[in-house]
Design a protein around this ligand. Structure first.
Ligand SMILES: [Zn+2]
Length: 77
């Protein structure tokens, strides 16, 4: 086979591999940032009406409102 053909094959092959690696890296990074936002818990204070969110794992006991201190439970949709 012509050496120039090998050069073309390596050139195109490395570009394809580079594109796939960048695609997988970007996809995993995107998934991590989505999970951070998805894990936020939303609260609505029934006393003062403030909306706030937390990234805390366990909020089964409720969380105090940062404005008035009233303990509210997580909003469920
Ligand atoms: Zn409040």
């Amino acid at each position: 086979m012509n050496p120039f053909t090998w050069f073309i094959l390596l050139y195109v092959g490395s570009a394809l591999v580079g594109t796939i690696v960048l695609w997988l890296w970007h996809d995993s990074r995107d998934k991590v940032s989505f999970e951070i936002h998805r894990r936020q818990k939303a609260f609505h204070c029934v006393r003062c009406g403030m909306l706030y969110s937390l990234r805390k794992h366990d909020v089964s006991e409720g969380e105090a409102c940062p404005e008035c201190g009233y303990k509210n439970y997580e909003l469920s949709f």
